[in-house]
Design a protein around this ligand. Structure first.
Ligand code: SF4
Length: 334
């Protein structure tokens, strides 16, 4: 059975874009195949941050994932910094990664263009990603289209390391494109993202969701209630496709294109569909909030499961590269 690995940054509360674009798919996949899911807090520190905020966001992200349906009996859920082998392998991979490959990464070019001074962690971000995936010798990585280039780099790194130290040791991980493609934000302009301020929170109260949905951008050519619209160009229609039953989606398309209803009518139906999906998630989140130990205990046991796999990989990596099989503490020295 192929092993899958995927990570998510501890950005705090999950939003609907994370949920539809990644986490909902993880919940399905964990029933089909061995799955490792990681809250990647080392990645998060490539941008300025406050330690206390990071701590709170890490907990909130784990709580959100469990509420969304990640089941620790089926999948391994843990925090990246609880498994120090991630950074060890990342350093090793840095020594086989050509600098030019890193400088060519689109995300690096975009991020560095926006900043006056760029930390090396931004350049090396995809090397740590390769370590995250290959530490668990994962065969498949559920990703969005914007991550395919980084995944290609993981394959390059695996190939280079294998060629030098052990043919076939690391698999070349394949992308598993998430069925729900890019979820646009409520501005209809950019991908839903916290930094763009265009999100719907997965745990937000219905009144707050409606306050955001009501003014959300629709088909810009539909100016008057009597103008027929084009559903395919409207983000609200795409959200219907993600949340509403098929019959409702067909009804939306028909009502929109014949000016049978107004955009507010359409959004009210969407708000109801969103509620149906989010009510049980919100309920599970409340239960977890009442017992925060359940989250920390789950992460601790996830970290110990993850670390067992990571140490096995690193024993082999260290041996093939001419190091002692484990650091002194692992070998019981000192
Ligand atoms: Fe969009 Fe619905 Fe308005 Fe059509 S009726 S433009 S799908 S919000």
């Amino acid at each position: 059975m192929p092993r899958i690995f995927s990570g998510i940054q501890p950005s705090g509360e999950l939003h609907v874009g994370n949920y539809l674009g990644a986490v909902k798919n993880w919940v399905e996949l964990q029933r089909l195949t061995p799955a490792v899911f990681c809250v990647v807090d080392y990645h998060a520190i490539t941008a300025p941050y406050e330690p206390e905020v990071l701590r709170a966001r890490r907990h909130e992200m784990a709580l959100g994932l469990l509420a969304a349906g990640i089941d620790p009996d089926l999948a391994t859920l843990f925090v990246q910094s609880d498994v120090p082998e991630h950074t060890e392998l990342a350093w090793i991979f840095n020594t086989v990664t050509p600098l030019g490959e890193l400088e060519r990464q689109t995300q690096y070019k975009e991020k560095s263009a926006r900043q006056e001074s760029v930390v090396a962690g931004i350049l090396n971000y995809p090397v740590l990603q390769a370590a995250d995936i290959l530490l668990y010798r994962a065969d498949q990585v559920p990703v969005g289209e914007d991550q395919l280039q980084h995944l290609e780099l993981s394959r390059v790194i695996a190939r280079r390391w294998n060629a030098q130290f052990g043919e076939g040791f690391f698999p070349e991980p394949q992308g598993l494109l998430t069925p729900t493609r890019r979820i646009m934000g409520l501005d209809g302009q950019a991908k839903m993202s916290k930094s763009m301020g265009n999100t719907i929170g997965m745990l937000e109260a219905p009144a707050d969701i409606w306050a955001k949905l009501r003014p959300a951008v629709t088909d810009p050519k539909r100016i008057k209630r009597t103008d027929p619209g084009t559903p395919e160009v409207c983000n609200i229609y795409h959200l219907h496709k993600a949340f509403s039953p098929e019959a409702t989606v067909a009804h939306v398309a028909q009502q929109c294109s014949t000016a049978g209803w107004g955009c507010i009518d359409c959004k009210k139906v969407l708000a109801e569909s969103i509620e149906v999906e989010l009510v049980p998630i919100r309920g599970r989140a409340e239960a977890l909030r009442a017992e925060p130990r359940r989250v920390t205990d789950t992460l601790a046991s996830g970290a110990s499961k993850a670390r067992a796999i990571a140490q096995e990989t690193m024993r082999e990596v260290r041996d093939r590269m001419g190091f002692a099989p484990g650091p002194a503490d692992v070998r019981g020295i000192g």
